[in-house]
Design a protein around this ligand. Structure first.
Ligand SMILES: Cc1ncc(COP(=O)(O)O)c(C=O)c1O
Length: 388
């Protein structure tokens, strides 16, 4: 009988590099492999499993809804869909919501909104300014929006209309703004590239500039949203409001769901403009509602801020060149290119971390992580690095 990696080699497209482990079960912040070995998970499915693994409230919502109604299509109304939209609006800013299945799909919706808004309001302007190093998904439009050539260049010709400027550089956005500009699309903390938070004053400046030039501000909160940074949404650290916001990852706690919120100014979709067969199905929406309810009930927004400080302190003690982060989105950049080896050695020692490149590790654990678990992670990292 071939093992799981052998079967994957034969039957799965080779789209990603996987670490040599097959997980079969999880509980809280712990995962277990086929041999029953236990791992402490500081990656949480890349900022997805906000309530950890096998959370009883998610299991309850999922199984209850599975026995009730899983899918109807968007030809009809379902209650969980409208309740989720209402809850997201209550937690963020006056807007309407389009529900979908992933971050890329949420960003596709945002891009289409911007283009239609440009047709209606800016004489056909269609260019979107995004940042070098950003990540917005893997569809053709979102991979082009993302500012990383390694992900987009193999798929040329790419869609027109995306301009990339350095992050945290307001002057670069100003210089790139033309009559063709319709929107600025930013991550409030760049995630995939290795956790680069918006500098103080940057998003405020961009908001002001967008207002002055009458272009939309779209914030991709796919990774930063749903309490990850110690606020429900990262923009709330900056005293601004976007015109459009996209969500996914943590929203379903592991069940695929995405959302695009548009303020009244940007709410341009009309019947027939956009759609998604599975988007906003009652199963995913019921789970998302339970995720939001547990975050609120258990005070996980404040907890994420508190645990984020602890985790930052742990990373400071690793002798890294730089430690960056906001809430439970933390990274350490090492002077030496040993991040991938560190990741492997931690895995062997029962700790899951994410090396984003040769020099940097990213930690985006479940929001339910405890001080004791952070302590345990510190012990393993120190042992692996032979520090302390
Ligand atoms: C900021 C950001 N936007 C969009 C995406 C794409 O989301 P998905 O993989 O659900 O399409 C990601 C995924 O890592 C992300 O971090």
């Amino acid at each position: 009988m071939p093992n799981t990696p052998e079967l994957a080699e034969q039957y799965l497209m080779h789209t990603g590099r996987r670490l040599p482990v097959t997980f079969v079960r999880g509980e809280g912040c712990l995962l277990y492999d086929e041999e029953g070995k236990e791992y402490l998970d500081l990656v949480a499915g890349i900022a997805v499993n906000v309530l950890g693994h096998a959370h009883p409230d998610i299991a309850h919502a999922l199984s209850g809804q599975a026995r009730t109604l899983i899918h109807t299509s968007n030809l009809y109304f379902t209650r969980p869909q409208v309740e989720l939209a209402r809850r997201l609006v209550e937690l963020s800013f006056p807007s309407r919501v389009f529900l979908c299945n992933s971050g890329a799909e949420a960003n596709e919706a945002a891009i289409k909104i911007a283009r239609k808004w440009g047709t209606q309001n800016r004489d056909g302007a269609f260019e979107i300014i995004t940042s070098v190093g950003s990540f917005h998904g893997r569809t053709l439009a979102t991979v082009t929006a993302g500012g990383q050539h390694k992900y987009s260049d193999p798929f040329k010709p790419l869609p027109d209309g995306f301009v990339h400027v350095p992050y945290n550089d307001l002057e670069a956005i100003k210089a790139a703004t033309t009559d063709k500009t319709v929107a600025v699309l930013l991550e409030p903390v760049m995630g995939e590239i290795g956790i680069i938070p918006a500098a103080k004053g940057y998003l405020e400046g961009v908001r002001k500039w967008c207002d002055e030039k009458n272009v939309l501000l779209i914030l991709d909160e796919v990774q930063t949203g749903i309490a990850r940074t110690g606020k429900w949404f990262a923009y709330q650290h900056h005293g601004i409001t976007p015109d459009v916001m996209t969500l996914a990852k943590g929203l379903g706690g592991g069940v695929p769901i995405g959302a695009c919120l548009a303020s009244p100014k940007a709410d341009v979709f009309e019947p027939g403009d956009h759609g998604s067969t599975f988007g906003g199905n009652p199963l995913a929406c019921t789970v998302a509602l339970s995720v939001l309810a547990v975050i609120e009930r258990d005070g996980l927004v404040g907890h994420a801020a508190e645990m984020g400080e602890l985790l930052n302190g742990v990373l400071q003690g690793l002798g890294a060149k730089e430690v960056r982060g906001l809430g439970l989105m933390q990274a350490a950049e090492f002077a030496e290119p040993h991040a991938k080896a560190f990741q492997e050695h931690c895995l062997e020692a029962g700790l899951i971390i994410n090396a984003v490149d040769e020099n940097s590790i990213r930690l985006v654990p479940p929001l339910i992580i405890t001080a004791e678990e952070i302590d345990r992670a510190q012990g393993i990292m120190h042992k692996v690095l032979d520090v302390g």
